[in-house]
Design a protein around this ligand. Structure first.
Ligand SMILES: CC(C)(COP(=O)(O)OP(=O)(O)OC[C@H]1O[C@@H](n2cnc3c(N)ncnc32)[C@H](O)[C@@H]1OP(=O)(O)O)[C@@H](O)C(=O)NCCC(=O)NCCS
Length: 230
C-alpha cells in the first residue's frame, strides 16, 4: 500500500484552498471561528499555548498567498464531471466576504480549522469548524481528510471524537468517513447538558479503511479539484 506523505511536507491545495499547520499568526482568526462556531459555549481554547504541545495538532484551511489567477484552470482527469470550485462556489454563496478577483485581506485568510490530540493509540479530534458563510463547500471534509492523514502519519490506530446528538450535519460528515457511534457521554455539553455521541473510525491502517479513505479522497478530488502536494 502506498505510504501517505509525511505531514511535514503536506500542504494540500484544493483549487485555491490549502491546508497547513496552524501558526502563531493564525491564532486570532482561529479563535474567532471557534467563537462563531461553538456559541453559546465559550471554549476559550488556549491555541497559542497548544502550539508548543507536541501531543496537539491544529490544521488550518486558508487561502494561499499565491492564489491562482481566475483564468487558471485546475488539472482534472479527462471525462470527469464538471467540478464545483470551492472558490467559485464561495463567490456565488458569500456576499462581500471573499472575492475570487481579490486577495483576502490580511488577517482574513483562515476559513476553517481542526484540532487533534494524540493520546495513546488514538487521534482525538477536539474541534473542527468552518467559517459560517463558507460552509457546504467541502472545507469541513478537507479538514477531516487532513486529520485522518495526520492520524495515519502519527501511527494512531483510530480517530475518535465527540459530537452533539443534535449535530446531524457533523455526524453525516463523520459517518461518510467511516466513523461509527461507540457510546454516549450523558450531559456532556455544559450549556444545555446535551449528550455527546462518541464516534470512532475502525483502525485507520487496515486495508479496508485505507481503501475507503482513498476512494473518498478520489471523489473529493473529482468534485472539488485536484489535491496537490506542494
Ligand atoms: C461540521 C462542519 C465542520 C462541516 O463543514 P462544511 O464545510 O460545512 O462541510 P462540507 O461542505 O465539507 O460537507 C461534508 C459533508 O458533511 C455533511 N454535510 C455538510 N453540510 C450538510 C447539510 N447541510 N446537511 C446534511 N449533511 C451535511 C455531508 O455528509 C457532506 O458530504 P456531502 O457533501 O457528500 O453530502 C461545519 O458545519 C461547521 O463548522 N459546523 C459548526 C461547528 C461544528 O458543529 N463542528 C463539529 C463539532 S463535533
Amino acid at each position: 500500500m502506498e505510504e501517505p506523505p509525511a505531514f511535514s511536507e503536506f500542504t494540500d491545495s484544493v483549487m485555491d484552498i490549502a491546508l497547513r499547520r496552524m501558526r502563531a499568526e493564525d491564532v486570532s482568526q482561529v479563535a474567532d471561528i471557534e467563537r462563531e462556531a461553538f456559541a453559546p459555549l465559550s471554549l476559550g481554547t488556549p491555541f497559542k499555548r497548544d502550539l508548543n504541545n507536541r501531543y496537539v495538532r491544529y490544521l488550518v484551511a486558508h487561502w494561499p498567498d499565491n492564489s491562482p489567477e481566475p483564468s487558471e484552470e485546475p488539472e482534472v482527469p479527462p471525462d470527469s464531471p464538471p467540478q464545483s470550485s470551492i472558490w467559485g462556489r464561495v463567490v456565488r454563496t458569500v456576499q462581500g466576504v471573499v472575492r475570487r478577483d481579490e486577495s483576502p485581506a490580511p488577517g482574513e485568510d483562515i476559513v476553517g480549522y481542526v484540532g487533534m490530540w494524540f493520546q495513546g493509540n488514538e487521534a482525538h479530534i477536539t474541534e473542527i469548524a468552518v467559517r459560517h458563510d463558507l460552509r457546504g463547500n467541502g472545507l469541513g471534509e478537507l479538514l477531516l481528510i487532513g486529520s485522518v492523514r495526520a492520524a495515519v502519519e502519527n501511527g494512531s490506530s483510530v480517530v475518535t471524537l465527540e459530537v452533539r446528538v443534535s449535530n446531524f450535519i457533523a455526524q453525516r460528515l463523520y459517518e461518510k468517513y467511516g466513523f461509527k457511534t461507540a457510546g454516549v457521554r450523558k450531559g456532556y455539553y455544559t450549556n444545555n447538558r446535551e449528550d455527546a455521541l462518541i464516534m470512532t473510525t475502525s483502525p485507520v491502517h487496515t486495508d479496508d479503511y485505507q481503501k475507503l479513505f482513498a476512494s473518498l479522497q478520489n471523489s473529493f478530488t473529482v468534485r472539488y479539484g485536484k489535491i496537490t502536494l506542494l
